[in-house]
Design a protein around this ligand. Sequence first.
Ligand code: ATP
Length: 270
Amino acid sequence: RAKAKIIEAQRPTTRFADIAGYEGVKQEIGEIIDFLRDPARYAAAGAKGPRGVVMVGPPGTGKTLFARAVAGEASVPFLSITGSAFVEMFVGVGASRVRDLFEEARTRAPSIIFIDEIDAVGGRRGTGGGLGGHDEREQTLNQLLAEMDGFDQSSGVVVLAATNRPETLDAALLRPGRFDRQVTVPLPNQAERAAILATHIDGKHLDPDVDLGIVARGTPGFSGADLANLVNEAAINAVRDDRTVLTAADLAAARDRVLLGRRDSSNALL
Ligand code: ATP
């Protein structure tokens, strides 16, 4: 049976140092790394390691980046899937995919499973929410619950999930022994925005007159993804002008472009 397609196992090289700011989140998530580095140490003390953690925050705040960095820091395989990919048109496919995913993770343990957009599969049951057929989604969710309950914690598999709609999750998912820990990944504050901009400017040439603090002040509400996008747009602007040095004007134009793009995509949802 082909199962490698949606379940991608990687060994990310992402590290915490690649994530600017978010010291609090790094600390909260640090324990997972400690566990994955040496699950036997926990087992020897009779301690239960972390099992399921949901990262909650707006789009583009780096939840996927954090999941990859946990795998990178612990140097363990990273198996990822998107919630919507679980929910297929044929009944039973989603559930068997969940089974394959956990089986694969156990074989490769210690390892990380990352489920992005968990709300697509983990929305409240009996509401018809989420994607795909109703029964199909519930079967998938039930299988996910069964797998979370079934695996031996000393096996060294940690399941990370991400959502920007925590209020829609089925309460059964959040029970002890399942996704019983929530970590909030908020939008970056001004100082963090400056740090994120600096991370993405790294390796590019910046006009010495540019003050990233000013750019940070002018970008309230921007996510890390928006800021990464801004820097890239500024670089494209420079290329268009046949320059290699990014100027304050490039950054200002890029900021407006990103703002406009965000407004367009939020209009598209209406
Ligand atoms: P979504 O909810 O849309 O899936 P997400 O929260 O998973 O988004 P990511 O995909 O991890 O966000 O982030 C998108 C990109 O934004 C990252 O690949 C990175 O380039 C940039 N980024 C986000 N946060 C940070 C940060 N704190 N430091 C550096 N780069 C960041």
